[in-house]
Write a protein that binds this ligand. Structure first.
Ligand SMILES: [Zn+2]
Length: 380
């Protein structure tokens, strides 16, 4: 129900292989716990008895999802079933990311957001996506070059600043975006895809054989730091010519020589309307974006590459150049890949973070709910 939405009892019988009376008993338990609701059958479609529809209580069972980017902070309430209920966000300017300041801002956003939840609503967990290399076991951000964070114990700091004992899961933004687009977005039903996201930097997540690629320490998928140009610009990771120095929004501003204070949107508009000063720089960015895509295609043979975050706008502007570059990919994997925009828009990372936070509830709904009574919810 969490992934499919409303289902009938007969659907559940078919999906689980359990018999009708067992399903009836189990759904009754979930209804009593306030996790799902049953609705009377509508009409009498076709032959047989109309079946009762069961759907998640999305408004009343939710997680708090936080998305920490270089240029934005977002807090989203996401209901059971992956439904976005409400969000609060703010833009932040480059270089303005002290850990304490970020925590204060998140506390304010989360407080305002949670104050809007109904009195019957229960927060069952907290999920956080951050644009950096994350140790998921302990929620420590090992390295977020574009935030300037090194070994920040984000999980513990958030627990203190939100004054909560709820479980907090922290993940890399690209990994979470990939999980969300795979489960609910452009990659629904596919087994192999790559998700690209980013603003100043470029992050990513890879789904291989239906599962998120982790690597031995959970740090895999840092595609923004593929080394593409040994003579390129210095990257914030300390090396030279990483992909993100050539294709992120900062790279677009630098490559086009945009005047100080000009935004990515304005540069993309200038390109679209044919202003001459942006053309050469934008073509360079388009070729680099294509080059990285070719590498992803050759290494992972994905069926789909999704362009999220700021790359959504950059790809949309430069799509013909990226598709031209794709001709350089090896023939077979190059033929198989589709390039698309995310179906979940800017919410992909928060929705992926919510999936982490929903896991304990999905694994043991009644047990997890019972455990919550001893927990302290975040302050509003
Ligand atoms: Zn780098």
């Amino acid at each position: 129900m969490h992934t499919r939405g409303a289902v009938t009892r007969s659907d559940l019988v078919g999906l689980t292989g359990l018999n009708r009376s067992t399903i009836k008993g189990l759904t009754a338990d979930l209804v009593a716990a306030g996790l799902v609701r049953e609705s009377a059958p509508i009409g009498r479609g076709g032959a047989g008895r109309p079946s009762i529809t069961i759907e998640p209580e999305s408004d009343n069972v939710y997680v708090l999802a936080l998305d920490i980017g270089v240029e934005h902070l977002t807090a989203v309430r996401i209901g059971l079933g992956g439904i976005v209920l409400d969000r609060r966000g703010l833009r932040q300017s480059v270089g303005d990311y002290g850990v304490r300041r970020t925590l204060r801002r998140l506390q304010r956003l989360a407080g305002a957001l949670l104050a809007g939840a109904g009195s019957k609503a229960v927060c069952v967990g907290i999920g956080v996506g951050v644009c950096g290399v994350v140790s998921t076991d302990d929620g420590v951000v090992r390295f977020a070059p574009n935030l300037g964070w090194v070994d920040v114990p984000l999980r513990d700091l958030l627990a203190r600043s939100l004054d909560t004992s709820l479980r907090i899961e922290v993940g890399n933004d690209g990994d979470l975006g990939a999980i969300a687009e795979h489960l609910r977005g452009a990659g629904k039903g596919l087994s192999d895809l790559a998700f690209i996201c980013g603003e100043v930097g470029i992050g990513g997540g890879i789904i291989l054989g239906g599962r998120a690629m982790r690597g031995v320490g959970g740090y895999a998928g840092e595609i923004g730091h593929m080394s593409l140009n040994a003579k390129g610009r210095l990257c914030r990771c300390g090396r030279r010519g990483c992909w993100e120095t050539e294709v992120g929004d900062e790279a677009v501003l630098l490559a086009t020589g945009a005047p100080a204070g000009m935004t990515l949107d304005e540069v993309l508009k200038a390109y679209a309307t044919g202003e001459r000063w942006v053309q050469a720089g934008m073509r360079r960015v388009g070729r680099s974006l294509g080059l990285g895509v070719v590498n992803l295609v050759n290494i992972f043979n994905p069926e789909l590459i999704v362009f999220g975050g700021a790359t959504r706008h950059i790809f949309a502007a430069l799509e013909p150049l990226v598709r031209d570059a794709l001709a350089q990919a090896l023939v077979a994997p190059g033929e198989q890949v589709r390039l698309e925009l995310p179906a979940l828009g800017d919410d992909a990372i928060a929705i992926g973070a919510a999936e982490l936070a929903f896991r304990p509830l999905l694994g043991d709904p009644i047990g997890a709910l019972a455990g919550l009574t001893a927990k302290r919810s975040p302050r509003t």
